[in-house]
Design a protein around this ligand. Structure first.
Ligand code: ACM
Ligand code: ZN
Length: 756
């Protein structure tokens, strides 16, 4: 009996802690949520009153914040109010408490932002419950003081109203910084009155139909530059105010010394004097012209930057000003007498030292105006003397982390691998074309910026995290929204919730409740979280296929017939003959994701092992998995080799006639993917002694074909008995001049080996 009592009380304890620890349908997740008794109803037009005589301003602000969250609140009397608000000086900035009883909701806030956050939390609770809110107490404050969103409005110009739509959502996600990337090689987007050509010339580029990396530069000023746009100072001040009204600081980024082709197109005298060619605003990546950067040897450059920053600092009250500083190719500086003279005169440590000198001088100016400069992590290379806030972007952000360990500089983590929203957000076959690898919604949600080996000093230097949208592949505001949402929701959660409290499954209902707001506002967001990732691997005799979804709350069904996706998929489906496998995610009868279609074909090499020692991307098994890759190099169905000869051997299992051989390859020189210049094919019956059977010379016009093209190269035409077939594919070298990626080293990709 005693045991039973203990058991029951343990059960009760478990039940009550699970209520305390449960997550309400709010993003980002509140720090503490304790459920009370009863239910509160937030009326469609709630009345809001100050909780004390000093809180009149809080009530007025709260009414405004309710409106921003879509609720038509009114100021009322304390006796009848549904919501009581006040500021509480014992709470720190951005910290609020929300106490909901059946009679009313009470918000106490550390500052204006905290008040807005309290209102937003209450609205989200009410929206999820159709107006009803379970009585509760919430104590909530952010993990990081900096919670950012970056929009690149250079590569894709969007109108001020569209920026405001992003601000609306960001505010609801408790994001407090909007970093606007305003200048780059592809456009100058901010009116500067002293330099009118920056927007007369610099805001416009030639229109090219190709994908971003392959767009060739204009050859002369005669080509009409029709694509672009800019923000007048009046428009930008209005955006800044709109954001400030939602407790969001707008950080302007003015790039220097590189990513400055739009400035140089407008004022060619800003380039080094060794530049003697026409420089227009780049429509794409720029090729070798990307080394044309602001001359750091000329005083005029510093005068230009100071004058621009004077106007920028007048428009943006932000305490921080971003000076760019990334990816500065120093080739032109190396040739420039003025830059080299500066290095000698100032005793600088080479051309990195010259960049540090430039950053230091500009930083000094920014600081003299009472602001703090920020820069991408390359600015640490020359170890600038002036203090600066660093954005860790390269790879996993390690450059900024190592710099901070050494220098003590403050930093923000926006690593390309985890927070660059330009990347694919789901199985690539279903996504619009973009760059590099994947960052799924789950990856974004689980992003943890702090390393296990960080000490307290390093931790305290980390100011926060940011989701960054580079918009090279976007053409419309909806394209940008698609890349940003829903991943920004996940990153906002990661920036707010306490360390170690990520819980993917409990995040999903809160996410779903929030995306209904996006539906209501007509904001595009990706549903890639419902699509299926596949793996098809040979086991020697047959293919084993599996399909998984990052959402655990869906059922995966499959069939060999697209019309009848009914059967719950097992862990693996074994396939030993040609077929097409279809699969998709479901909830009840509703299909949620797109239909995955795996066309599986068989030849003598299918399902057989591939032996190789130097496959760069680790996907050599895809060479014989019966499945063809798409024309995207990063779709996980291509086996890749970079800048070296590829060597791989398929083991057919037994000696047999080998005659007709094909090898699939991808060419897309605009993204540094080339065909091999030669393929040598060998056979063997024992795996050690190989006979050269054929050498294929790949036609020159195919090797560097600029646009994506999948080609099957005929490597057969001989008669042999063999168990092993070896391919040695010779890398053709760097991309030749005249193409968009001239001079870059090349990848080679292969898929699939066909032996008949
Ligand atoms: C960057 O992505 N170049 C900052
Ligand atoms: Zn120079």
């Amino acid at each position: 009996m005693k045991k039973l009592k203990i058991f029951i009380s343990l059960l009760l304890l478990a039940a009550s802690t699970s209520v305390m620890a449960g997550r309400p349908p709010v993003v980002p997740a509140p720090v503490e949520y304790v459920v009370g008794n009863g239910t509160f109803v937030l009326p469609a037009k709630p009345s809001v009153a100050p909780a004390d005589s000093k809180a009149g301003k809080a009530a007025a602000s709260a009414v405004r914040y309710f409106a921003n969250s879509g609720v038509d609140a009114r100021k009322g009397s304390a006796a009848k109010a549904n919501v009581l608000v006040s500021f509480d000086t014992t709470l720190s900035p951005e910290h609020y408490t929300l106490t909901v009883s059946p009679e009313k909701a009470v918000i106490k806030a550390g500052d204006e932002a905290a008040l807005m956050y309290g209102v937003e939390t209450l609205v989200q609770l009410a929206q999820a419950g159709n107006g009803s809110v379970t009585a509760c107490t919430i104590d909530d404050y952010p993990r990081f003081g900096y919670r950012g969103m970056m929009l690149d409005v250079v590569r894709c110009y969007i109108k001020p109203e569209e920026i405001k739509r992003f601000i609306d959502v960001a505010a609801r996600l408790k994001i407090n910084n909007l970093h606007l990337h305003l200048t780059d090689d592809n456009g100058w987007r901010l009116q500067i009155k002293k330099y009118p050509r920056l927007t007369e010339v610099g805001a416009w580029r030639v229109a090219r139909p190709d994908l971003f990396p392959g767009r060739l530069n204009a050859r002369s000023a005669d080509e009409p530059a029709t694509e672009g746009g800019f923000y007048t100072q009046k428009e930008m001040r209005d955006i800044v105010k709109y954001a400030a009204d939602r407790n969001i600081n707008v950080i302007p980024e003015i790039e220097m010394p590189a990513h400055a082709a739009a400035a140089i197109a407008s004022y060619p005298e800003l380039a080094c004097p060794v530049v003697d060619k026409f420089v227009g605003v780049f429509p794409g990546i720029g090729g070798k012209d990307a080394s044309i950067i602001l001359c750091a040897g000329k005083e005029e450059t510093f005068e230009f930057i100071r004058n621009v920053l004077d106007e920028v600092m007048d428009i943006f009250p932000s305490p921080t000003i971003h000076l760019g500083g990334d990816e500065a190719n120093k080739a032109m500086w190396e040739k420039c007498p003025l830059c080299n003279h500066r290095i000698a005169e100032e005793h600088l440590d080479g051309h990195e030292g010259l960049q540090a000198y430039l950053m230091d001088r500009v930083n000094h100016y920014v600081r003299s105006k009472g602001r703090t400069a920020m820069g991408w992590d390359e600015v640490t290379y020359g170890d600038p003397k002036e203090d600066m806030i660093i954005y860790g972007w390269q790879g996993d952000g390690g450059v900024a982390v190592r710099d901070s360990r050494r220098s003590g500089r403050k930093f923000i983590m926006t690593p390309a691998k985890s927070t660059y929203l330009i990347r694919y957000q789901g199985p690539q076959w279903f996504e619009p074309w973009t760059y590099f690898g994947n960052i799924t919604l789950r990856d974004a949600y689980q992003f943890e910026p702090v390393g296990k080996d960080w000490d307290e000093a390093l931790r305290s230097n980390l100011l926060g995290i940011q989701g960054s949208l580079w918009s090279e592949f976007c053409k419309t505001p909806a394209d940008m929204q698609y890349q940003v949402f829903p991943r920004l929701i996940a990153l906002a959660d990661a920036a707010w919730r306490p360390e170690g409290s990520a819980d993917w499954e409990s995040f999903l209902p809160a996410l779903d409740a929030f995306t209904r707001n996006l539906d209501d506002k007509g904001i595009t967001y990706a549903r890639s979280m419902y699509n299926l990732d596949h793996v098809v691997k040979g086991d020697g005799n047959a293919l084993l296929a599996s399909a998984t979804c990052i959402r655990p709350d869906v059922e995966v069904r499959y069939s060999l017939d697209e019309a009848s996706l009914k059967t719950r998929i097992p862990d693996t489906v074994r396939i030993d003959r040609p077929c097409t496998l279809y699969a998709a995610t479901f909830r009840g009868d509703e299909q949620l994701g797109k239909t995955l279609e795996l066309k599986l074909d068989f030849n003598k090499a299918t399902a057989r092992p591939v032996l190789t020692s130097n496959c760069r991307n680790g996907l050599a098994y895809t060479l014989t998995n019966g499945l063809r890759a798409s024309d995207r190099n990063s779709d996980f169905e291509w086996a890749g080799w970079w800048n070296e000869t590829a060597e791989f051997t398929v083991d057919l299992g037994a000696c047999q006639p080998v005659k007709d051989i094909k090898l699939g390859t991808l060419v897309h020189a605009d993204i540094c993917v080339a065909a091999p210049k030669q393929i040598h094919v060998y056979t063997s019956d024992n795996g050690t002694a190989f006979t050269l059977q054929r050498t294929v010379d790949v036609p020159a016009e195919l090797i560097y074909h600029p646009k994506a093209k999948v080609v099957d190269i005929d490597c057969g035409g001989f008669d042999a008995d063999a168990r092993y077939v070896k391919f040695v594919a010779v890398n053709p070298g760097c991309i030749p001049d005249g193409l968009a990626r001239e001079g870059a080293a090349t990848w080679m990709y292969f898929d699939e080996i066909s032996v008949k």
